[in-house]
Design a binder for this molecule. Structure first.
Ligand code: BV8
Ligand code: ZN
Length: 244
């Protein structure tokens, strides 16, 4: 199956990747279905929503600061590096990710579409103030603070610049992702349960336009029914074999 996938990729004209939380699991970033410990009693759908933020901004910021700390301690794993290498080899045109952890960028992927935003960006709930905390060098000060973060321009609450459940995805990112999916003749789907929409449409759009779907996952997912090749295994072990 692996050689079959490698052949499909080698012969592809326009291959893209579509990734979910599973690609960062081996970096130690908890997947959405796998929250353990502290956050086990909450479902992410309960915390990653505008209603939760309105009701209890302290709890939601505690959740995001906890995840930011986890991600700051994480490094890209061989799966992220393999996709960056495929792009360098000219075999991968773009990575469309549902993840907000910045690990694809850290691994060197250049053409990256973040459908659900980025956990290291914050934005104001009232004015158009935005800040990339890594670029502004304030990420550790931000993560270690216990106070509710306030906009330096207008004083309103700051929120994570990520897409919450019930919120629309950034239009330009979604349109670009759909455009790439229509053009792609191969999509490598990595580490996603394929249950969150509209992101999960991506592999279906590739399929509908006659493209092939290669899936890498440790178990079957919502995408497996339309996969032409299903490579069962950990992304950090399977993807580097596709680069060899
Ligand atoms: C919207 C950012 C409407 C926040 C996230 C149909 C159409 C449109 C919407 C809907 C619809 N049906 C339902 C909806 C509503 C909802 C939705 O999809 N709900 C689901 C739960 C049913 N969708 C929305 O609310 C979206 N918004 O539609 O708004 C609208 C439209 C116009 C105007 C106004 C409103 C917004 C969805 C985005 C939510 N935000 N993230 C944050 O991160 O804090 S989604 C979040 O969950 C993640 O980003 C990720 O995308 C998702 C979890 O999915 P996965 O990435 O797949 O991760 P998961 O843990 O589920 O799975 C991990 C997989 O990896 C598993 O398969 C596992 O086996 C595998 N794995 C584990 N280890 C490994 C591995 N694989 C390989 N190697 C390993 N080592
Ligand atoms: Zn403001």
């Amino acid at each position: 199956m692996l050689s079959h996938a490698a052949k499909i990729l080698a012969r592809s004209r326009f291959a893209i990747a579509f990734t979910g939380a599973g690609i960062s699991a081996e970096s130690g970033v908890p997947t959405f279905r796998g929250f353990n410990g502290l956050w086990k009693r909450y479902r992410p759908e309960e915390l990653a929503t505008p209603e939760a933020f309105k009701r209890d901004p302290h709890l939601v910021w505690e959740f995001y600061r906890w995840r930011m700390r986890k991600i700051l301690d994480a490094k890209p794993n061989p799966a992220h590096y393999a996709l960056a290498e495929l792009e360098r080899m000219g075999l991968l045109r773009a990575v469309i990710t549902q993840n907000v952890d910045d690990l694809h960028r850290e691994a060197g992927t250049r053409n990256l579409i973040e459908l659900h935003g980025n956990i290291f960006r914050v934005r104001c709930t009232s004015c158009d103030y935005r800040e990339n905390l890594k670029e502004s060098g304030r990420v550790y000060e931000f993560v270690d603070s216990k106070d509710l973060p306030r906009c330096p321009r207008c004083g309103s609450l700051l929120r994570p610049d990520v897409v919450w459940f019930g919120e629309a995805l950034p239009r330009d990112a979604l349109e670009e992702a759909f455009r790439l999916a229509e053009k792609a003749d191969v999509v490598i789907v990595v580490g996603t349960s394929g249950v969150v929409y509209p992101a999960a449409y991506i592999p279906y759009i590739v399929k509908e336009h006659g493209g092939r779907v290669i899936e890498v996952n440790v178990e079957r997912s919502g995408i497996t029914p339309i996969a032409d090749v299903f490579l069962r295994g950990k992304a950090g072990e399977v993807l580097p074999k596709l680069v060899e």
